[in-house]
Design a protein around this ligand. Sequence first.
Ligand code: TTP
Ligand code: MG
Length: 364
Amino acid sequence: MSQSQSRFIFHVDLDAFYVSVEVRENPNLKGLPVVVGADPQGGKARGVVMTSSYEARKFGLKSGMPISTAFRLCPDAVYLPPHWELYEDASRQVMRLLRGHADRFEQLGIDEAFLDVSDRARSLDEAKKLALAIKKELQDSLGLTCSIGIAPNKSMAKIASDRQKPNGLTVVPFDYPKGFLAPLHVSVIPGVGSKTQAFLKEHQIETIGQLQKVSGQELMKWFGKTGVWLWGVIQAEEMLPVIGRDMPKSLSVERTFKEDVEDFRKVYDEAADAARELGARVRDANLLFKVAGVKVRFKGFETHTRERTLAGFTNSDEALAGEARSLLKEFENKNRPVRLVGVRVSQLKRETAVLTRLDEWARS
Ligand code: TTP
Ligand code: MG
Protein backbone atom coordinates (compact mmCIF):
# COMPACT_ATOMS: atom_id res chain seq x y z
CA MET A 1 0.00 0.00 0.00
CA SER A 2 1.45 3.37 -0.94
CA GLN A 3 1.30 6.31 1.45
CA SER A 4 -1.31 8.18 -0.57
CA GLN A 5 -3.64 5.23 -1.08
CA SER A 6 -6.39 4.97 1.47
CA ARG A 7 -6.64 2.07 3.88
CA PHE A 8 -9.36 -0.55 3.75
CA ILE A 9 -10.68 -1.06 7.24
CA PHE A 10 -13.50 -3.50 8.05
CA HIS A 11 -15.59 -3.39 11.18
CA VAL A 12 -17.32 -6.73 11.64
CA ASP A 13 -20.15 -7.09 14.17
CA LEU A 14 -22.17 -10.26 14.63
CA ASP A 15 -25.95 -9.97 14.42
CA ALA A 16 -27.91 -10.47 17.66
CA PHE A 17 -24.92 -12.40 18.90
CA TYR A 18 -26.06 -14.21 22.08
CA VAL A 19 -29.41 -15.03 20.52
CA SER A 20 -27.84 -16.22 17.25
CA VAL A 21 -25.67 -18.63 19.22
CA GLU A 22 -28.74 -19.89 21.10
CA VAL A 23 -30.63 -20.38 17.83
CA ARG A 24 -27.68 -22.26 16.37
CA GLU A 25 -27.85 -24.63 19.37
CA ASN A 26 -31.61 -25.00 19.07
CA PRO A 27 -32.84 -24.42 15.50
CA ASN A 28 -36.47 -24.64 16.64
CA LEU A 29 -36.03 -21.07 17.85
CA LYS A 30 -35.35 -19.80 14.34
CA GLY A 31 -37.72 -17.02 13.29
CA LEU A 32 -39.14 -16.55 16.80
CA PRO A 33 -38.86 -13.56 19.11
CA VAL A 34 -36.07 -14.67 21.45
CA VAL A 35 -34.60 -12.76 24.39
CA VAL A 36 -31.42 -13.48 26.34
CA GLY A 37 -31.38 -11.82 29.75
CA ALA A 38 -32.92 -11.94 33.18
CA ASP A 39 -35.84 -14.29 33.89
CA PRO A 40 -38.94 -12.06 33.54
CA GLN A 41 -40.87 -13.99 36.25
CA GLY A 42 -44.19 -13.03 34.72
CA GLY A 43 -43.15 -9.40 34.33
CA LYS A 44 -42.30 -8.74 37.99
CA ALA A 45 -38.56 -9.36 37.81
CA ARG A 46 -35.73 -6.87 37.88
CA GLY A 47 -32.77 -7.19 35.55
CA VAL A 48 -32.33 -6.37 31.89
CA VAL A 49 -32.46 -7.59 28.31
CA MET A 50 -28.96 -8.51 27.15
CA THR A 51 -30.02 -8.90 23.56
CA SER A 52 -32.97 -10.03 21.50
CA SER A 53 -33.61 -11.47 18.06
CA TYR A 54 -34.59 -9.12 15.24
CA GLU A 55 -38.09 -10.66 15.40
CA ALA A 56 -38.32 -9.47 19.03
CA ARG A 57 -36.91 -6.03 18.17
CA LYS A 58 -40.02 -5.48 16.00
CA PHE A 59 -41.95 -5.25 19.28
CA GLY A 60 -39.61 -2.49 20.49
CA LEU A 61 -37.20 -4.64 22.52
CA LYS A 62 -33.68 -3.26 23.02
CA SER A 63 -30.49 -4.28 24.80
CA GLY A 64 -30.31 -2.83 28.30
CA MET A 65 -34.09 -2.42 28.60
CA PRO A 66 -35.68 -3.64 31.88
CA ILE A 67 -36.85 -7.22 31.40
CA SER A 68 -40.25 -6.21 32.83
CA THR A 69 -40.71 -3.72 29.98
CA ALA A 70 -39.68 -6.38 27.46
CA PHE A 71 -42.22 -8.77 28.94
CA ARG A 72 -44.97 -6.16 28.66
CA LEU A 73 -44.08 -5.50 25.00
CA CYS A 74 -43.62 -9.13 24.03
CA PRO A 75 -44.91 -11.65 26.58
CA ASP A 76 -44.80 -14.48 24.02
CA ALA A 77 -41.08 -14.24 23.34
CA VAL A 78 -38.83 -17.12 24.34
CA TYR A 79 -36.86 -15.86 27.37
CA LEU A 80 -33.49 -17.55 27.90
CA PRO A 81 -30.87 -17.12 30.63
CA PRO A 82 -27.34 -16.32 29.38
CA HIS A 83 -24.95 -19.20 28.67
CA TRP A 84 -21.61 -17.42 28.85
CA GLU A 85 -19.43 -20.38 27.97
CA LEU A 86 -21.36 -20.97 24.79
CA TYR A 87 -20.90 -17.33 23.75
CA GLU A 88 -17.24 -17.27 24.68
CA ASP A 89 -16.59 -20.44 22.65
CA ALA A 90 -18.46 -19.02 19.67
CA SER A 91 -16.58 -15.73 20.02
CA ARG A 92 -13.24 -17.55 19.95
CA GLN A 93 -14.27 -19.40 16.77
CA VAL A 94 -15.43 -16.18 15.14
CA MET A 95 -12.25 -14.28 16.04
CA ARG A 96 -10.01 -17.08 14.81
CA LEU A 97 -11.82 -17.04 11.46
CA LEU A 98 -11.70 -13.23 11.16
CA ARG A 99 -8.06 -12.97 12.19
CA GLY A 100 -7.13 -15.24 9.30
CA HIS A 101 -8.45 -12.67 6.84
CA ALA A 102 -6.63 -9.59 8.12
CA ASP A 103 -3.15 -8.12 7.93
CA ARG A 104 -3.83 -6.35 11.19
CA PHE A 105 -6.59 -7.44 13.55
CA GLU A 106 -8.12 -5.88 16.66
CA GLN A 107 -10.84 -7.51 18.70
CA LEU A 108 -13.09 -4.89 20.24
CA GLY A 109 -15.63 -6.88 22.21
CA ILE A 110 -17.14 -10.34 22.36
CA ASP A 111 -18.69 -10.06 18.88
CA GLU A 112 -16.85 -7.27 17.04
CA ALA A 113 -13.46 -6.63 15.52
CA PHE A 114 -11.54 -4.35 13.20
CA LEU A 115 -9.64 -5.82 10.25
CA ASP A 116 -7.12 -3.83 8.26
CA VAL A 117 -7.00 -5.56 4.86
CA SER A 118 -5.09 -2.85 2.98
CA ASP A 119 -2.24 -5.19 2.07
CA ARG A 120 -4.43 -7.89 0.58
CA ALA A 121 -7.16 -5.83 -1.14
CA ARG A 122 -5.72 -3.65 -3.87
CA SER A 123 -9.00 -2.00 -4.80
CA LEU A 124 -12.34 -1.28 -3.20
CA ASP A 125 -13.81 -3.96 -5.40
CA GLU A 126 -11.42 -6.53 -3.98
CA ALA A 127 -12.21 -5.32 -0.47
CA LYS A 128 -15.94 -5.86 -1.09
CA LYS A 129 -15.33 -9.34 -2.46
CA LEU A 130 -13.28 -10.18 0.62
CA ALA A 131 -16.05 -8.90 2.91
CA LEU A 132 -18.62 -11.06 1.11
CA ALA A 133 -16.31 -14.07 1.33
CA ILE A 134 -15.93 -13.52 5.09
CA LYS A 135 -19.70 -13.30 5.51
CA LYS A 136 -20.19 -16.52 3.57
CA GLU A 137 -17.52 -18.35 5.52
CA LEU A 138 -19.00 -17.22 8.85
CA GLN A 139 -22.38 -18.47 7.71
CA ASP A 140 -21.20 -21.76 6.20
CA SER A 141 -18.70 -22.83 8.82
CA LEU A 142 -20.09 -21.26 12.00
CA GLY A 143 -23.77 -20.73 11.16
CA LEU A 144 -23.67 -17.06 12.18
CA THR A 145 -24.40 -13.84 10.32
CA CYS A 146 -22.65 -10.53 10.69
CA SER A 147 -22.74 -6.99 9.39
CA ILE A 148 -19.63 -5.38 7.93
CA GLY A 149 -18.69 -1.76 7.38
CA ILE A 150 -15.89 -0.88 4.96
CA ALA A 151 -14.25 2.53 5.32
CA PRO A 152 -10.90 4.31 5.15
CA ASN A 153 -10.73 4.46 8.97
CA LYS A 154 -11.93 2.68 12.10
CA SER A 155 -14.56 5.13 13.33
CA MET A 156 -16.35 5.23 9.98
CA ALA A 157 -16.11 1.47 9.55
CA LYS A 158 -17.80 1.08 12.94
CA ILE A 159 -20.52 3.57 12.08
CA ALA A 160 -21.01 1.86 8.69
CA SER A 161 -21.37 -1.69 10.03
CA ASP A 162 -24.41 -0.56 12.03
CA ARG A 163 -26.24 1.03 9.08
CA GLN A 164 -27.78 -2.08 7.54
CA LYS A 165 -28.17 -4.65 10.26
CA PRO A 166 -28.73 -7.57 10.20
CA ASN A 167 -26.61 -9.33 7.59
CA GLY A 168 -25.54 -6.06 5.98
CA LEU A 169 -22.56 -4.79 4.05
CA THR A 170 -22.12 -1.03 4.02
CA VAL A 171 -19.37 0.63 2.04
CA VAL A 172 -18.52 4.24 2.79
CA PRO A 173 -18.06 6.23 -0.45
CA PHE A 174 -14.27 6.52 -0.51
CA ASP A 175 -14.31 9.58 -2.78
CA TYR A 176 -16.36 11.65 -0.31
CA PRO A 177 -16.50 9.98 3.11
CA LYS A 178 -17.56 13.22 4.89
CA GLY A 179 -20.73 13.19 2.83
CA PHE A 180 -21.58 9.73 4.16
CA LEU A 181 -21.44 11.07 7.71
CA ALA A 182 -23.24 14.38 7.15
CA PRO A 183 -26.90 13.23 7.24
CA LEU A 184 -26.42 10.90 10.23
CA HIS A 185 -27.50 11.79 13.76
CA VAL A 186 -24.60 12.60 16.12
CA SER A 187 -25.60 9.63 18.31
CA VAL A 188 -24.13 7.20 15.75
CA ILE A 189 -20.63 8.39 16.69
CA PRO A 190 -19.15 5.76 19.01
CA GLY A 191 -18.92 7.38 22.42
CA VAL A 192 -21.49 10.12 21.97
CA GLY A 193 -23.99 9.41 24.72
CA SER A 194 -27.03 11.16 26.06
CA LYS A 195 -25.15 13.97 27.85
CA THR A 196 -23.18 14.96 24.78
CA GLN A 197 -26.29 14.74 22.62
CA ALA A 198 -28.18 17.03 25.00
CA PHE A 199 -25.27 19.49 25.07
CA LEU A 200 -25.05 19.56 21.27
CA LYS A 201 -28.79 19.96 20.94
CA GLU A 202 -28.57 23.11 23.05
CA HIS A 203 -26.27 24.37 20.33
CA GLN A 204 -28.81 23.37 17.63
CA ILE A 205 -26.62 20.46 16.51
CA GLU A 206 -28.31 17.16 15.77
CA THR A 207 -26.63 15.81 12.64
CA ILE A 208 -22.96 15.19 11.97
CA GLY A 209 -23.26 17.64 9.05
CA GLN A 210 -24.13 20.40 11.52
CA LEU A 211 -21.25 19.31 13.75
CA GLN A 212 -18.85 19.36 10.78
CA LYS A 213 -19.40 23.14 10.59
CA VAL A 214 -18.02 23.66 14.11
CA SER A 215 -14.33 24.60 14.16
CA GLY A 216 -11.69 22.39 15.74
CA GLN A 217 -10.92 25.17 18.25
CA GLU A 218 -14.53 25.30 19.34
CA LEU A 219 -14.68 21.51 19.74
CA MET A 220 -11.54 21.67 21.90
CA LYS A 221 -13.08 24.43 23.98
CA TRP A 222 -16.15 22.26 24.51
CA PHE A 223 -14.59 18.82 24.98
CA GLY A 224 -10.87 19.31 25.68
CA LYS A 225 -8.58 16.67 24.21
CA THR A 226 -11.57 14.57 23.20
CA GLY A 227 -12.54 17.43 20.88
CA VAL A 228 -9.45 16.74 18.79
CA TRP A 229 -10.49 13.12 18.43
CA LEU A 230 -14.07 14.14 17.61
CA TRP A 231 -12.88 16.56 14.93
CA GLY A 232 -10.90 13.74 13.30
CA VAL A 233 -13.93 11.44 13.35
CA ILE A 234 -16.42 13.87 11.82
CA GLN A 235 -13.98 15.22 9.23
CA ALA A 236 -13.18 11.62 8.17
CA GLU A 237 -9.54 12.32 9.07
CA GLU A 238 -9.15 9.88 11.99
CA MET A 239 -6.18 7.61 11.26
CA LEU A 240 -5.92 5.32 14.28
CA PRO A 241 -4.10 2.08 13.49
CA VAL A 242 -5.69 -1.34 13.85
CA ILE A 243 -3.63 -2.85 16.65
CA GLY A 244 -3.85 -6.38 17.89
CA ARG A 245 -3.69 -6.69 21.65
CA ASP A 246 -4.56 -9.47 24.02
CA MET A 247 -7.77 -9.03 25.91
CA PRO A 248 -7.83 -10.44 29.44
CA LYS A 249 -11.03 -12.27 30.39
CA SER A 250 -11.09 -10.82 33.86
CA LEU A 251 -9.05 -8.66 36.22
CA SER A 252 -8.99 -8.75 39.98
CA VAL A 253 -7.41 -7.23 43.05
CA GLU A 254 -7.29 -9.19 46.31
CA ARG A 255 -6.24 -8.05 49.75
CA THR A 256 -5.20 -10.40 52.53
CA PHE A 257 -5.43 -8.92 56.00
CA LYS A 258 -2.35 -9.11 58.19
CA GLU A 259 -4.63 -10.28 60.95
CA ASP A 260 -8.11 -11.68 60.45
CA VAL A 261 -10.63 -8.87 60.63
CA GLU A 262 -13.68 -8.96 62.90
CA ASP A 263 -15.05 -5.50 62.19
CA PHE A 264 -16.83 -5.73 58.83
CA ARG A 265 -16.43 -1.99 58.25
CA LYS A 266 -12.76 -2.70 57.66
CA VAL A 267 -13.74 -5.24 55.01
CA TYR A 268 -15.90 -2.64 53.25
CA ASP A 269 -13.07 -0.08 53.40
CA GLU A 270 -10.53 -2.50 52.02
CA ALA A 271 -12.92 -3.57 49.25
CA ALA A 272 -13.51 0.08 48.31
CA ASP A 273 -9.77 0.63 48.18
CA ALA A 274 -9.26 -2.50 46.08
CA ALA A 275 -12.06 -1.27 43.78
CA ARG A 276 -10.20 2.00 43.25
CA GLU A 277 -6.99 0.15 42.42
CA LEU A 278 -8.81 -2.20 40.06
CA GLY A 279 -10.69 0.71 38.44
CA ALA A 280 -7.37 2.39 37.69
CA ARG A 281 -6.02 -0.82 36.15
CA VAL A 282 -9.13 -1.19 34.02
CA ARG A 283 -8.79 2.37 32.73
CA ASP A 284 -5.04 2.01 32.14
CA ALA A 285 -5.77 -1.00 29.96
CA ASN A 286 -8.50 0.96 28.11
CA LEU A 287 -11.14 -1.53 29.13
CA LEU A 288 -14.74 -1.41 30.24
CA PHE A 289 -16.43 -4.11 32.33
CA LYS A 290 -19.95 -5.37 32.60
CA VAL A 291 -19.73 -7.86 35.45
CA ALA A 292 -18.52 -6.93 38.94
CA GLY A 293 -17.68 -9.52 41.55
CA VAL A 294 -16.31 -10.03 45.04
CA LYS A 295 -14.49 -12.73 46.91
CA VAL A 296 -14.49 -13.24 50.67
CA ARG A 297 -12.36 -15.73 52.53
CA PHE A 298 -13.14 -16.40 56.14
CA LYS A 299 -10.72 -17.65 58.74
CA GLY A 300 -10.28 -21.34 58.01
CA PHE A 301 -10.16 -20.78 54.25
CA GLU A 302 -13.87 -21.06 53.45
CA THR A 303 -14.20 -18.90 50.36
CA HIS A 304 -17.22 -17.36 48.66
CA THR A 305 -17.59 -15.47 45.41
CA ARG A 306 -20.50 -13.43 44.15
CA GLU A 307 -21.00 -11.49 40.97
CA ARG A 308 -23.54 -9.29 39.26
CA THR A 309 -24.09 -8.20 35.68
CA LEU A 310 -24.50 -4.45 35.38
CA ALA A 311 -26.93 -2.72 33.05
CA GLY A 312 -24.12 -1.40 30.86
CA PHE A 313 -20.36 -1.26 30.41
CA THR A 314 -18.43 1.03 32.73
CA ASN A 315 -14.96 1.73 34.10
CA SER A 316 -16.05 3.75 37.09
CA ASP A 317 -14.59 3.23 40.57
CA GLU A 318 -17.82 4.30 42.21
CA ALA A 319 -19.84 1.75 40.25
CA LEU A 320 -17.39 -0.99 41.16
CA ALA A 321 -17.10 0.01 44.81
CA GLY A 322 -20.90 0.29 45.09
CA GLU A 323 -21.48 -3.16 43.59
CA ALA A 324 -18.75 -4.67 45.75
CA ARG A 325 -20.34 -3.23 48.87
CA SER A 326 -23.78 -4.53 48.02
CA LEU A 327 -22.45 -7.98 47.08
CA LEU A 328 -20.53 -8.18 50.36
CA LYS A 329 -23.56 -7.27 52.45
CA GLU A 330 -24.83 -10.83 52.81
CA PHE A 331 -21.57 -11.77 54.57
CA GLU A 332 -21.66 -8.93 57.06
CA ASN A 333 -23.76 -10.64 59.68
CA LYS A 334 -21.95 -13.96 59.62
CA ASN A 335 -19.84 -12.57 62.48
CA ARG A 336 -16.82 -14.47 61.31
CA PRO A 337 -13.26 -13.20 61.03
CA VAL A 338 -12.37 -12.33 57.44
CA ARG A 339 -8.97 -13.21 56.06
CA LEU A 340 -9.21 -11.90 52.51
CA VAL A 341 -11.42 -9.69 50.40
CA GLY A 342 -11.19 -9.25 46.64
CA VAL A 343 -12.91 -7.47 43.79
CA ARG A 344 -13.07 -8.72 40.24
CA VAL A 345 -14.35 -7.50 36.89
CA SER A 346 -15.18 -9.59 33.81
CA GLN A 347 -17.05 -9.37 30.49
CA LEU A 348 -14.46 -6.88 29.39
CA LYS A 349 -14.49 -4.87 26.26
CA ARG A 350 -11.92 -2.61 24.74
CA GLU A 351 -12.39 1.12 24.92
CA THR A 352 -10.11 2.17 22.10
CA ALA A 353 -9.69 5.79 21.20
CA VAL A 354 -12.41 5.08 18.67
CA LEU A 355 -14.70 4.31 21.56
CA THR A 356 -13.70 7.22 23.78
CA ARG A 357 -16.74 7.89 25.87
CA LEU A 358 -17.31 11.49 25.05
CA ASP A 359 -19.74 11.86 27.92
CA GLU A 360 -16.74 11.67 30.26
CA TRP A 361 -15.98 15.33 29.59
CA ALA A 362 -19.04 16.27 31.56
CA ARG A 363 -17.52 14.81 34.72
CA SER A 364 -14.11 16.46 34.55
P1 TTP B 1 -24.10 -5.97 20.29
O1 TTP B 1 -23.22 -6.25 19.11
O2 TTP B 1 -24.27 -4.55 20.72
O3 TTP B 1 -25.57 -6.52 20.03
P2 TTP B 1 -26.05 -7.81 19.26
O4 TTP B 1 -24.92 -8.54 18.62
O5 TTP B 1 -26.90 -8.64 20.17
O6 TTP B 1 -27.03 -7.22 18.16
P3 TTP B 1 -26.64 -6.40 16.86
O7 TTP B 1 -27.18 -7.21 15.72
O8 TTP B 1 -27.35 -5.10 17.01
O9 TTP B 1 -25.15 -6.26 16.83
O10 TTP B 1 -23.59 -6.78 21.55
C1 TTP B 1 -23.04 -8.09 21.47
C2 TTP B 1 -23.50 -8.94 22.63
O11 TTP B 1 -23.16 -8.30 23.85
C3 TTP B 1 -25.01 -9.13 22.67
O12 TTP B 1 -25.42 -10.24 21.87
C4 TTP B 1 -25.26 -9.31 24.11
C5 TTP B 1 -24.18 -8.51 24.81
N1 TTP B 1 -24.74 -7.24 25.31
C6 TTP B 1 -25.19 -7.17 26.61
O13 TTP B 1 -25.08 -8.14 27.37
N2 TTP B 1 -25.76 -6.00 27.05
C7 TTP B 1 -25.89 -4.89 26.26
O14 TTP B 1 -26.40 -3.84 26.71
C8 TTP B 1 -25.40 -4.97 24.90
C9 TTP B 1 -25.54 -3.79 23.99
C10 TTP B 1 -24.85 -6.16 24.48
MG1 MG C 1 -23.49 -7.52 17.48
